[in-house]
Structure formats: structure tokens, C-alpha cells
Design a protein around this ligand. Structure first.
Ligand code: TTP
Length: 677
């Protein structure tokens, strides 16, 4: 079946910037005497000197690898300097690295659209900058070209024997007869070299970069020549680059899909994919994946640079390998408390600094059962609406854990020690917060609003509350189970990277969606809204709930005179108004009430209460101030609802709530919940 092709965008200039041995560089900046010495950062764990998580290039030269432990590294390179990762709450504390990454991002972001892809990786869309340069000061018109640019590796560049490398690069960049795509890349080379020098000067960190016409190719190129170098993929070199590239090296093919391509279709390299027609690939993997595979085999990727400087989710995790595995509920609770504290700290600073709120709390764990034929069964991940407040997060995380444990252990109970046949061990725990959105401008009291939430029912240990509480933007979300096979823990205590096959790819900063996750990755999909949450029996999706914004059909009359957020959006974008009307209507009030919120009490009393409550706490919401990016950042189902408001005729089940229960379709109303007791 033919599918719309993504825009090939081969005249775009995209860079992928990747810091070199990042944690080591951060530690070396702290301790300059370590510069130039073989150095490695080791995990917080003294066993055999701790696992190495970052290795300097000097140490790599002596044969030290990231897969080693401290003692092995010492044996390979006796002069190696081992620096322990900073520690807080008995676990690795990555804050220093996060801030260092932010320093880099703030420099790079000045050059164009910038997407922070992980703790030490950034994508840049430099198309505009390159086009301006080409128009105003093309490379051939420059008196000299910076040395750093002349050191670039240009894939497929031909050189005669004896040609000077830098001269060849200069010629390539300045070719008058080059096509426009190459000319733009030539400008990209100069711009990226300049940026990398600026990063080095201002932060003391070196980085490498890939420059190409799309993100996929730029990412592939950035790792090809490290450290402190840049690699360019001209359009003409794409096929050669891909033809020998092992299929598993391709982003999103490191997991099951890559394995299936190898075993089911006998594909070893990306180039091998070319033998298969689009229809054939679609037959095997479905329409979208088939088309996607067909495209990547040709170096086509329509993925845009997102323009996102802040993380999509926050997470805090720890692993308990080998004998450290947790085996009692009280131990699990202890660690969940630590992790939740850290998570809350980060949520609070995100709220404070960036005016952003997260709405979903997810618990991931890895575990094994002894004396059990099914010992590889995955520990289910669980989510519930996120309630602001450290004790609430702690409570909910523990309840989610217990619900997951019950499911994991099956009908024979969860007693770890009581029944010798059924014991469990937890080898990794993490809590993460996702579905993060900006608070619209003009809502200055919202922080007080979130900080003042107190007596709200939590996810119960039996699973999830029957009636969810509209305390967070997506309180209509039910507790959910994440079945994805890729549902790995975001990993902070990185030892797990080397010990648990479940967790491969889930390294680095847990607040970033790891680049290497396939789309079905939990964190990624939560953040992008791409994941469907399966309904869990007993969740509020099965339970009729009433919500003000939806029940009143968005009408002011029915809503006790108070417009819902749905009305605001509707008026703002769908109904053009005269200037006079716009001015009159452009400021509406959303009411907030400190204290308990419930989404399923009597509607009329809620409305009356709301009217009263407006006197208590309220914030003005200027329609003209709604930042359009708010919509893009909204969870998918809310975007969908919003968009359906813009296209009322196409709105599915207009006037009805999804599934007839009123809960699933109330997302916008829940998103900025009206206040009630
Ligand atoms: P990477 O970018 O994968 O590696 P790197 O920056 O150390 O080295 P390179 O020059 O080859 O890019 O990871 C960035 C940081 O993430 C790294 O410095 C430490 C951390 N990290 C882990 O904590 N665990 C891991 O398993 C990996 C791969 C990285």
C-alpha cells in the first residue's frame, strides 16, 4: 500500500553534536590536573573497583574499555586515574553532568533550531544559517577558511595521491560547480567548526559532529571520527555509507526489529534492505514500518529537529546487581523513597525554572524469580497520574510497585521469604515523570496551585484508584501497564548497562529520551504521546467519571458561567471574533482551589463550588498569550481533542464520551482541571 513519503529534505543542513567522553571531560574540568592523563569515571559501587561508565581517549589508547571494571582497567593501564561518579542518597548523582550538558546546549542553541537528544548530544538544524551564508558570504568568497573546518572528514571526497588533505577539503568546500546541496553542506562545515570552537572556548569541552542532510545521517556521521572532529555526508556518499553499515547499528534497529530483519529476511547491512520492495517490507512489518525501512535504506528520513532544549521526562533509578538485589518490601520502599525524593527535586526545579509540569508517574523495575520455570518473566511497568509532593510520589511509587509485584508473582502470592518456592529479587528500580508540558503564560499562580495540593487519593496498592483525581493535567489517565518489550528503566546507576540484557540502550541521562530507543520505548512514547495505554481492569477508564469541562458540553451556561479550557481553545483558534469581542473575551479565568480535588463528585455542586472558589484563588488566562508550542507539547490525546475542536465536523463521536464512560475523552478538561472540593 502506498504511503505518503516523508519530505526528503535533502537540501537541509543538519548537525549532530556529540560530546567526547563526556563524564570524563566534566571531571577533568573539575580537576584540571587530570587533563591529558588516562582517566575513567567509575560507577558508584566498589565491587572490583566499580564499573567504568566513561573512558578518556588516552585510556582507550591503553586498551581500557567501558565494559571493564576499575580493577581490570588498572591492570590494563596502571596509570589510569579512576574518578568516582558523584553520589547523593546512596546513588549516582548526575546533576553535574546534566548542568554541563546544558551549558553546551545554550551555546549551540544560538545557531538555529536545537534539539537536546540526551545528556551529551544535540541536533541542530542549520539550514537557515547555511542558506544565509551561501547568499551573503559563500565559502569561495572568504579570504580564509578556518583550520578546524579544513580538518573535516568528507565522505566520498576524492583526492589525488600526494594532495594535501586540508587543501582538498578547501577545494571541496569552495567548489563553484558544486550543486546547491553540497554548497549548503560546505557552509554547514564552516558553521559547525565555528560552533565547536566556541563550545571548547566557553566550556572547555571538546565535541565531535556529523553534518548531513538529515538527522539519521548526521547521527551516523558524528561517531565516525572522534574525538574533536567532524564528518560530513554529502548526498552522493549516502549509498556507500549505508551499504556496509551493519543493520543493528542503525538507530532504532538495535533491538527486536533489527534481529527480525537479520533472522527473518537475512539482512545484515542497511544496504541489504535495498533488495526488498516497499510492499514486501510492508507485508512483513506493516505499512508504516515497511515504508520507514524502505526509506532508511535510501538515507531518507523526514524526522525534523524538534526545537527542544529541555528534557521530555525525568527519571531516577538504581540497580542492585548480584548479591545486592533487593528482597524485602521494606528495602524496596526505602529505595523508592530515595528515588522519589530525587525525582521530586528535579520536578520542582523544572517547575520553578521552566514553568513545566509533568503528569505521569511510572515505575519500572527489573526482577527475577528463583526456582521458577518462568524466571525471565518481565516485571510489569506501571503508571499513574503524578501528584506533586514528595510523600505523594513516594506513596504512589510504592503502591505501583506492589501492584506490579502482585502481577509479576501471579496468584501464588508475593511473599519473598515465606514461601521457598516463590521468591523474588529486585535488581533495578526506577521512577520517572513524563508527559511534561509548559504552563501557559499568564498563569502565575499555578505554581502555588501545584504546591498546595495535599489531600488527594493516591494510587492504591490494589492497583489504581477507582476514581482518579484531577490534580494533575492528565488526571483522566488510568493507571497503566507498559507492556513494551523495550520498557527499560532509565538508568542512573549505570552498572546495569553491563549486567542486565533488559536494560541495554537505557544508559545515560534518564531525563533524556535515549537516542537509541526504538519508538516503542516507554519513556519516549510517553513523552511523545505515541504509546497507547492499555486499560487495566479496575482502573478509572472502566469507571464512569464526571468532569466539568466535558459534561457541560463546553458551554458557559451549563458550566455555571465559567468557560473551560476547551472553550478557550475553541474561541482562540476556531472562532474568529471581532476585535471588540476578542478583547472582551480574551481574558477568562480558570479557577484553582487549594486542597482536595475530585473528578467524580456531583456536577452541580462542583460548579457552585467553583464559582465560590474563584474568589479564593484564580489566575487570568489571556487567550492572546497562549503559546502555540503548548499545543505541540500536549499529550497526544489532548492534541487530538484540541484539533478535533478546530475541525468539529471530523470530530469522532462528537458529543459522546469515548467508550461512553466519560473518562477517556475528558483530557483537555482534566488537563487544566476545574477546581472542586
Ligand atoms: P556516550 O556519548 O555514549 O559516550 P562518551 O561521551 O563517554 O564517549 P564518546 O566520546 O565515545 O561519545 O555517553 C555519554 C555519557 O553517558 C558518558 O560519558 C557516560 C554516560 N554513560 C553511562 O553512564 N553509561 C553507559 O553505558 C554509557 C554508554 C554512557
Amino acid at each position: 500500500m502506498p504511503v505518503a513519503r516523508p519530505e526528503t529534505s535533502d537540501a537541509r543542513v543538519i548537525a549532530h553534536v556529540d560530546m567526547d567522553c563526556f563524564y570524563v571531560q566534566v571531571e577533568q574540568r573539575k580537576q584540571p590536573e587530570l587533563r591529558g592523563l588516562p582517566t575513567a569515571v567509575v560507577q558508584y559501587n566498589e565491587w572490583q573497583g566499580g564499573a567504568l561508565i566513561a573512558v578518556s581517549y588516552e585510556a582507550r589508547g591503553c586498551g581500557v574499555k567501558r565494559s571493564m571494571r576499575g580493577e581490570e582497567a588498572k591492570a590494563a593501564c596502571p596509570e589510569i586515574q579512576l574518578v568516582q561518579v558523584p553520589v547523593a542518597r546512596g546513588k549516582a548523582d548526575l546533576n553535574t553532568y546534566r548542568s554541563a550538558g546544558s551549558e553546551v546546549v545554550s551555546i549551540l542553541a544560538q545557531s538555529g533550531k536545537c534539539e537536546r537528544a540526551s545528556i551529551d548530544e544535540v541536533y541542530l538544524d542549520l539550514t537557515d544559517a547555511a542558506e544565509s551564508m551561501l547568499a551573503d558570504a559563500p565559502p569561495e568568497s572568504l579570504e580564509s577558511i578556518d583550520e578546524e573546518a579544513l580538518k573535516s572528514h568528507i565522505l566520498g571526497m576524492t583526492r589525488e595521491d600526494g594532495d594535501d588533505f586540508k587543501e582538498s577539503v578547501r577545494d571541496w568546500i569552495c567548489r563553484k560547480d558544486a550543486d546547491r546541496r553540497d554548497k549548503l553542506l560546505g557552509c554547514g562545515i564552516i558553521i559547525v567548526a565555528e560552533l565547536r570552537k566556541q563550545v571548547l572556548k566557553e566550556t572547555e569541552f571538546s565535541c565531535s559532529a556529523g553534518i548531513a542532510h538529515n538527522k539519521m545521517l548526521a547521527k551516523l556521521a558524528s561517531g565516525m571520527n572522534k574525538p574533536a572532529q567532524q564528518t560530513v555526508v554529502p548526498y552522493a556518499a549516502v549509498q556507500e555509507l549505508l551499504s556496509s553499515l551493519p543493520i543493528k547499528k542503525m538507530k532504532q534497529l538495535g533491538g527486536k526489529l533489527g534481529t527480525s530483519l537479520q533472522t527473518d529476511l537475512g539482512i545484515d547491512t542497511v544496504g541489504d534492505l535495498l533488495q526488498f520492495s516497499e510492499t514486501k517490507l510492508q507485508e512483513h512489518y506493516g505499512v508504516n514500518t515497511g515504508t520507514w525501512l524502505w526509506n532508511i535504506a535510501r538515507g531518507i528520513s523526514g524526522e525534523e529537529v524538534q526545537g527542544r532544549l529541555l528534557p521530555k521526562s525525568h527519571g531516577s533509578g538504581k540497580t542492585f546487581p548480584g548479591p545486592r538485589a533487593l528482597r524485602s518490601l521494606s528495602n524496596v520502599q526505602h529505595w523508592l523513597n530515595q528515588l522519589s525524593e530525587e525525582l521530586y527535586e528535579r520536578l520542582s526545579s523544572d517547575l520553578e525554572q521552566n514553568k513545566r509540569i509533568a503528569s505521569t508517574l511510572t515505575l519500572h523495575a527489573s526482577a527475577f524469580r528463583s526456582k521458577d520455570s518462568d524466571s525471565h518473566k518481565k516485571f510489569p511497568s506501571k503508571s499513574c497520574p503524578l501528584r506533586y509532593g514528595v510523600t505523594k510520589i513516594q506513596e504512589d511509587a510504592f503502591n505501583l510497585f506492589q501492584a506490579a509485584l502482585r502481577e509479576y508473582m501471579g496468584p501464588f502470592g508475593t511473599k519473598p521469604q515465606g514461601n521457598k518456592k516463590e521468591t523474588w529479587r529486585i535488581t533495578g528500580l526506577s521512577v520517572s515523570a513524563s508527559k511534561i508540558v509548559d504552563i501557559p503564560s499568564g498563569t502565575s499562580s499555578i505554581m502555588r496551585y501545584f504546591q498546595s495540593q495535599s489531600t488527594i487519593p493516591s494510587c492504591s496498592a490494589s492497583g489504581c484508584p477507582q476514581e482518579h483525581v484531577a490534580v494533575t493535567p492528565s488526571a483522566s489517565e488510568s493507571c497503566s501497564e507498559q507492556k513494551s518489550a523495550e520498557a527499560a528503566m532509565p538508568e542512573e546507576d549505570i552498572t546495569v548497562t553491563y549486567t542486565s540484557p533488559d536494560l541495554d540502550n537505557s544508559y545515560r541521562d534518564s531525563d533524556m529520551v535515549p537516542e537509541k530507543f526504538p519508538c516503542q520505548d516507554v519513556v519516549s512514547c510517553l513523552s511523545t504521546g505515541a504509546m497507547e495505554f492499555p486499560t487495566q481492569s479496575g482502573s478509572n477508564r472502566d469507571t464512569p467519571t464526571k468532569t466539568i469541562g466535558r459534561k457541560t458540553n463546553n458551554s458557559k451556561e451549563k458550566n455555571g458561567g465559567m468557560p473551560s479550557i476547551v472553550d478557550i481553545f475553541k474561541n482562540y483558534s476556531a472562532t474568529p471574533q471581532s476585535k471588540q469581542e476578542t478583547q472582551e473575551d480574551s481574558t477568562v479565568s480558570l479557577t484553582s482551589k487549594r486542597g482536595n480535588l475530585s473528578s467524580s463528585t456531583s456536577h452541580s455542586s462542583e460548579v457552585n463550588q467553583e464559582v465560590e472558589d474563584r474568589r479564593d484563588t484564580e489566575w487570568g488566562y489571556k487567550v492572546g498569550e497562549i503559546d502555540q508550542s503548548v499545543f505541540d507539547e500536549l499529550p497526544y490525546e489532548i492534541q487530538r481533542e484540541y484539533r478535533s475542536l478546530l475541525r468539529p465536523n471530523k470530530r469522532p463521536n462528537a458529543g459522546k464520551s469515548k467508550g461512553g464512560d466519560g473518562s477517556a475523552s475528558s483530557s483537555i478538561a482534566h488537563y487544566f482541571p476545574p477546581l472542586k472540593r
